[in-house]
Design a protein around this ligand. Sequence first.
Ligand code: TYR
Length: 284
Amino acid sequence: MIGQRKKIAIVGVGLMGGSLALQLHEKKLSSKLIGVDANEAHARKAVELELVDESLPLDEAIQEAEVIILSIPVDKMVSFLPEVLNKITTQIVVDLGSTKSQLIAAVQNHPKRGRYVATHPMWGTEYSGPQAAVRGAYADKAVIICNPEASDPDALAWVKNMYTKIGMRLLEMEAYAHDVHAAYVSHISHITSFALANTVLEKEKEDNAIFELASAGFESTVRLAKSSPAMWTPIFLQNRDNILDVLTEHIAQLEKFKQLIVEQKDNDLKDLIEQANQIKRIIK
Ligand code: TYR
């Protein structure tokens, strides 16, 4: 039954899993929340912060839960998801990963493929770990459900209901298209932010000067540079082709700015900036 509260295991009780746990509790979607985390300290913290009711080893959690939500780095996810599918009977398995093609390919022919729903909620912050969990997270953002036709109708319906109840907008997409768009609207921003932070740290040797002089513009452009290496390194490698494509374009754009500044072409520079201002059509 879609509306029935379920026992839910969350594997990876960091920022994403922990924030989702808070929402599942708040929206009365869970009858019990079980945390699973390879990092003992995180598992303990999640219980202490009351993100989950208890922490259990994976096998026990799988036995007890009706829904298993995977919220771990995407490299771990590719080997982990088939293992979880091997262990379930009729439980629903959902992942929150930022890349989808490799993951879906890894379970394409698995006999339990139908129990799995591939999703990517477009919410997050630059922080990680259970202590970074946020109340009211995910609301008003989009969630992409990939290859929904490969999931059993009851599993799909439960997961869609879960995301709707926590206030998300549902979109459906094939894994390949998802990874292309994720590279454009999410992954490249993280690379530019990491690169910008490194540039400024390299040039400005005095931490104090950065701290004292930086204003909102700097803060907003380097915010994502605080993001976790364990999360982002495998995203860049799994979505390699799409990221290389958009990165090549981005480097060409940087070169264009450089060239116009070298040549002191003020009108062309104005044109280039005006072109960039078009982003206001999409983001106010
Ligand atoms: N962490 C990003 C931010 O702070 C958001 C994000 C959401 C990143 C989903 C990746 C992702 O897959 O804005």
